[in-house]
Design a protein around this ligand. Structure first.
Ligand code: ATP
Ligand code: MG
Length: 526
């Protein structure tokens, strides 16, 4: 229930769209309800009374009602569609914004594919809910109430008999919606698992082929896919069963009209025109009753998806700026580690243990150590990718946790071990941290990183778009772009984590020389 309320709270900013949708809806229901009465009028007064003029008038009125219904249907459809699209936009926007704030440790625990499934498929389920349910609920309930009243006014005994199935219907609905919510949650979870396997295989396509693991990976994906199909079919079979029950109950009402209504006509309590109108009205409510099935499963599905979406939105970022954060834009670049110990979340072993050192501004520090000794871990603590488990990291004598996170990271230039370039131009990749940088600055940074020459040889120079993860560039070329990107930030603290591991000795020399000058007045960790 609380998930449903939270989903519904997204309606708040779109009250006006909702109201205009409802106005169009109610008017179109009114036009729809007028039609059977017009038919009754034409039969009883026109045909039975043999008056052509009355038939003609009824026909004109029917045409007008039809046109009005068409226009109103358009307004109604558009309003509710707009509502759904707006809410889907807001949810995805919120999700993305929130994911950007979450800490590294969250992404280590989460599967990328699962996150993607939530931002796409689950939001889509909520979108469909808003598209279907607010409209159908009022339309169905409105029609149901209005038609029931009309039926009772025409012949209350016949109405009572044909509507006696409604309580049974309510019972079936409650039972089904409980069951459906669990089933849909399983479907959505499995969809996430399937997406995660897909994502991993696409990202690791080279490895899969290199190790000739296509068959095994296909089998793994197939297994998840089949599981998804099984769960979806299970949910679908319950939906189908429910729809069947609802339809059968609806048909029972028609039986009542033929059997009891026929007797009433024979007894002279009901005219044939009235019985016909009664029949049409009853047909009108079988539709909303059938819609109920769709509505209930949409709601169940939205609740299941909402649960998954809110699970992410409720994650607190573990690393954030403190309330009255200190601006880091004027730091000098003194770094101190004071008895720092660190172990990765969910790993019991300490990756760093009791580390202390002091670095003056402008000093150059080289970290040596065998693989896995904690070099990358140590430098990750400076821009607060993780927070220390024990001890303190200080910049200019102040705990890094006291600084404003954004301004702190803007003053730290970073070239990581595994470089990621975005699928945009070389220029935009270099200017990633400073989109306002001018052409000269970008070229200067590229020259210092020994990247300018090879960039000029690319098909479109600085405008060349590098493929996903920069596949069209070599490892060394990517590294040099990453170095240019870090240099352009004009950082106080420069961190190069094996930044030249993929370039040849000669280029390495050239980069070192260029960096020499650039590192002069910055603190550098290499
Ligand atoms: P290399 O020279 O290979 O880059 P390194 O000195 O940079 O090695 P780190 O990457 O800092 O080593 O790793 C230090 C230790 O922390 C290792 O034992 C590693 O297994 C562990 N470790 C690294 N990253 C994580 C992580 N995200 N979660 C848990 N443990 C990690
Ligand atoms: Mg490392």
């Amino acid at each position: 229930m609380s998930v449903l309320w939270r989903i519904l709270s997204y309606l708040k900013p779109y009250r006006r769209t909702l109201i205009s949708g409802y106005v169009a809806l109610l008017l179109s229901v009114a036009a729809q309800l007028a039609i059977p009465r017009l038919v009754e009028f034409a039969i009883d007064h026109g045909i039975a009374g043999r008056r052509l003029q009355v038939i003609l008038a009824a026909a004109v009125a029917l045409v007008l009602a039809g046109i009005a219904q068409g226009l109103l249907t358009f307004a109604r459809s558009y309003s509710f569609q707009a509502l759904a699209e707006n809410i889907a936009y807001r949810l995805r926007h919120e999700l993305y914004q929130h994911l950007e704030r979450l800490s590294f440790s969250f992404f280590e625990r989460a599967y990328t594919g699962q996150l993607m499934a939530r931002a796409t498929e689950d939001v889509n389920a909520i979108r469909r809910f808003f598209w279907v349910v607010p409209r159908t609920l009022v339309q169905s309930l409105g029609t149901l109430v209005a038609v029931s009243v009309m039926l009772f006014l025409m012949n209350w005994r016949l109405a009572a008999i044909s509507l006696s199935v409604l309580p049974l219907l309510a019972l079936a609905t409650v039972h089904f919606s409980r069951k459906a919510r669990h089933l849909f949650l399983e479907v959505q979870q499995q969809f996430g698992v399937m997406t995660a396997v897909l994502q991993e295989n696409l990202a690791g396509a080279r490895v899969v082929r290199a190790f000739a693991r296509e068959d095994a990976e296909r089998a793994r994906f197939d297994a998840e896919l089949r599981d998804l199909q099984d769960r979806s079919l299970k949910a679908a079979s319950w939906s189908a069963l429910y729809t069947a029950v609802v339809t059968t109950l609806g048909a029972a009402g028609i039986v009542a009209v033929v059997w009891y209504g026929g007797r009433e006509v024979l007894a002279g309590n009901l005219s044939i025109g009235q019985l016909t109108a009664f029949y049409f009205l009853l047909i009108l409510i079988t539709q909303p009753i059938r819609m109920l099935g769709w509505m209930v499963s949409s709601t169940a599905r939205a609740i299941a998806s909402g649960q998954r979406v809110f699970e992410i939105l409720d994650q607190q970022p573990e690393i954030a700026s403190p309330p009255s954060a200190i601006d880091a834009s004027r730091i000098r670049g003194a770094v101190e580690f004071r008895s720092v110990s660190f172990s990765y979340p969910e790993s019991g072993v300490a990756s760093l243990y009791d580390i202390s050192f002091v670095v003056e501004p402008g000093q150059r520090i080289a970290l040596f150590g065998p693989t896995g000794s904690g070099k990358s871990t140590l430098i990750a603590l400076i821009p607060r990718f993780y927070d220390v488990t024990e001890g303190t990291v200080l910049i200019d004598g102040i705990d890094v946790r006291a600084y404003d996170l954004r301004s702190l990271r803007q003053r730290i230039g970073l070239v990581l071990q595994d470089t990621l370039l975005f699928s945009v131009s070389v220029r935009e990749n270099i200017a990633f941290g400073r989109p306002d940088a001018c052409e000269e600055e970008i070229i200067e940074a590229a020259k210092a990183a020994q990247a300018h020459d090879f960039i000029m040889e690319l098909p479109y120079g600085y405008d060349t778009v590098v493929g996903e993860r920069g596949v069209s560039l070599s490892g060394g070329q990517k590294q040099r772009i990453a170095i240019a990107r870090a240099l352009l930030m004009d950082p106080r603290i420069l961190i190069l984590d094996e930044a030249t591991s993929s370039v040849d000795a000669e280029t390495d020399q050239a980069i070192q020389q260029a960096l020499q000058r650039l590192m002069e007045d910055r603190t550098a960790f290499i």
